[in-house]
Ligand binder design. Structure first.
Ligand code: GRF
Length: 203
């Protein structure tokens, strides 16, 4: 390998997944270089976390025009030579032109066992539906909402006493393990996309 892959994280809020990714890098469990944290929210906690860790940040508030936003994202990203973008609580749909023209890969983490409960409030959807098991999914991003090829999943039990908050907390603990693990597979070039499926090499 010539060098570690360059990672950008897009986040809109708290940034606990970003934190888990930064810690995995610091602890030698994730061989990537975090070159940029980008947010659409100027006051996102994720930005503070990045700044504290000395990581470059960009703020790009949504303009209301998806295509223009996609073009701006491409322009902002260009100097960083990013190989892969990890969406971590980024509350925007990635514009189609960005998806088409960004030369690297884009991955996302979602707090359900996809294809169950895509979109917003996945944990609340799971509680309301009455499922006994839920979890989280890391997947490649495609043009749909949470529809891209699955990389890794982890399951957690759902108890009758759960509400959205207790289930979210249980899932989040797994998110923090799963995301760095999935990114490390990417870093090792072990993810091979075969149409709808992702093959993990040397598993
Ligand atoms: C996580 O639950 C993630 O699965 C979802 O948004 C939340 C982000 O949390 N996409 P955080 O900002 O990483 O703490």
């Amino acid at each position: 390998m010539v060098g570690n892959k360059a990672l950008a994280v897009f986040a809109s809020g708290r940034g606990s997944n970003l934190q888990a990714i930064m810690e995995a890098i610091a602890n030698g469990k994730l061989d990537m270089e975090l070159v940029l944290v980008l947010s659409d929210q100027p006051d996102a906690r994720a930005l503070d976390r990045a700044r504290r860790a000395g990581v470059a940040t960009e703020v790009l508030p949504f303009t209301g025009d998806a295509e223009g936003y996609g073009e701006k994202l491409l322009r902002y990203l260009a100097p960083y030579s990013v190989d892969v973008i990890a969406l971590a609580g980024f509350m925007r749909i990635v514009p189609p032109n960005f998806l088409r023209d960004f030369p690297g890969d884009i991955v996302n983490i979602h707090p359900s066992l996809l294809p169950a409960f895509p979109g917003l409030d996945a944990q609340e959807q799971a509680v309301d539906y009455g499922v006994r098991v839920s979890g989280c999914t890391v997947h490649f991003v495609d043009e749909g909402v949470d529809t891209g090829p699955v990389i890794l999943q982890a399951s957690v039990p759902v108890y009758a006493s759960d509400d959205e908050d207790t289930l979210s907390a249980r899932i989040l603990r797994w998110e923090h393990r799963l995301y760095p693990r999935a990114l490390q597979l990417y870093a090792e070039d072990r993810l091979k996309r075969c149409g709808r499926k992702v093959k993990i090499l040397d598993e």
